[in-house]
Structure formats: structure tokens, C-alpha cells
Design a protein around this ligand. Structure first.
Ligand code: ADP
Length: 210
């Protein structure tokens, strides 16, 4: 006999397992301000890595009804709807768990660009996420990029450099450290990490043997 009817149960299971592929995962990119995260994110999303960006929810969009926006945000924090959130200059920002889950559920890997505190919070929820820290080639380079961006005052740049030192010291909490020396090759390294992670056996469901 031939055809699928003759297949043993085990080979059907193997076929089903082969068709399943890897479990989609969360990719967190952190690194000091000015290191090049936005440049990375833009190009990574265009690199065909089955990645979707999860934007932060914020009270900002609701400026006309600010108080209402903040109360609503607070309610959602209390309800546990955010994987991570932060208050910056009186505005709340956060990553909605529902936004991540919706993408993972659709088989997409999810890219998050967040700070080290946010990364820690994400790790608590998504232990199997891929955590990548982007480093500058040197602090002098970082300062040059911050100045080159021409968006910050001297005081702000000094503050960003202080924060950068503090963040860089936490690099060992991350799975990977990528130096953004030359953007193209640094991007290639990040893409390689993501591709390798999609091939990890730990990201496939266990294959039940009978
Ligand atoms: P972040 O999002 O981490 O704050 P940006 O993406 O805004 O950083 O990058 C900061 C500045 O550094 C930008 O002007 C960007 O064009 C520049 N930049 C990014 N990557 C590199 C690189 N590899 N070499 C030189 N300049 C870079």
C-alpha cells in the first residue's frame, strides 16, 4: 500500500511537527541613547526577518483629554495590561501585552526598542526572548553621534552620557552585545543572531516519540 493512509502514526506526528516550525519570539533591543537603535529598528524591519515592531502605547496621543488619558493609562497599569511601562516627563509610555500576544499569535517575531529597565520587565514575562544590547565603539563615538544628531542641548547630552555609562554597565544582563561600529555590518550581525535563534531547537515544540 502507498499514500498517506499507510503512514504510521509516528510519521504523521513528525510531519505535523515539521510543518509547525519555530515558536515566534520577542526581540528586545536596548542601548544608550544615540547609539543607533532607531536606525537599526528601521532597517531590521525591512530585512525580511518576519519581525514586527511593537510601538509603545502612550498618554501623549490623547493630549486634548490629558487627565482622562492618564487615568485610563493608570487603570490599564493596575489591570496588568502592560508588560513594561515608564513615566517620562509626565507622560506614560508602555508596551501592551495584548499587542505582543497578537503578533506572536499570528506567527510573527516581535521587535521592541526599550531601555534596560523595560528590558528587565519584558524578561520577567518573556523568559525565552532574545535580548540584544547595542554598544558604541567608544564613549567618544557616542558623544559624537549625540552631537551629530543636533537635537539635544549640552546639558541633555551630558545627562545622556551619564545614563549611557550606567546602562552599559548592565550589558551582561543581555544575551548578546553588538557594537554599532559600521551600521551595515552591525545590522548583519543582529540579523544573524535573529536567524540563528529561529533555528534553535529550544524554539520548537518537543517532538513526541511513541
Ligand atoms: P538611538 O535611537 O539609539 O537614540 P539614533 O538611531 O537616533 O540612535 O542614532 C543616533 C545618530 O547616530 C544618528 O544621527 C544616526 O544617523 C547615527 N548613527 C547610527 N548608527 C551609526 C553608525 N554605525 N555610525 C555612525 N553614525 C551612526
Amino acid at each position: 500500500m502507498s499514500g498517506s493512509g499507510s503512514k504510521s502514526r509516528t510519521s504523521n506526528e513528525v510531519d505535523a511537527w515539521l510543518a509547525t516550525g519555530h515558536r515566534p519570539f520577542v526581540v528586545v533591543i536596548s542601548g544608550p541613547s544615540g547609539v543607533g537603535k532607531s536606525s537599526f529598528v528601521k532597517q531590521l524591519l525591512a530585512a525580511g526577518l518576519n519581525l514586527e515592531y511593537s510601538v509603545s502605547a502612550t498618554t501623549r496621543a490623547r493630549r486634548p483629554h490629558e487627565t482622562e488619558g492618564r487615568d485610563e493609562f493608570r487603570r490599564r497599569i493596575d489591570a496588568g495590561e502592560f508588560v513594561e511601562w515608564a513615566e517620562v516627563h509626565g507622560e506614560h509610555y508602555g508596551t501592551l501585552r495584548s499587542e505582543i500576544e497578537r503578533r506572536l499569535g499570528a506567527g510573527k517575531n516581535v521587535l521592541l526598542d526599550i531601555d534596560v529597565q523595560g528590558g528587565r520587565a519584558v524578561r520577567r514575562v518573556y523568559k525565552d526572548g532574545v535580548f540584544i544590547f547595542v554598544l558604541p565603539p567608544s564613549l567618544a563615538d557616542l558623544e559624537e553621534r549625540l552631537r551629530g544628531r543636533a537635537t539635544d542641548s549640552d546639558d541633555t547630552i551630558r545627562l545622556r552620557l551619564d545614563n549611557a555609562l550606567r546602562e552599559i554597565k548592565l550589558v551582561s544582563e543581555y544575551d548578546y552585545a553588538v557594537v554599532n561600529d559600521e551600521l551595515r555590518s552591525a545590522l548583519d550581525r543582529v540579523a544573524s543572531i535573529i536567524v540563528a535563534e529561529t533555528c534553535s531547537t529550544s524554539r520548537r515544540p518537543p517532538l513526541v516519540s511513541t
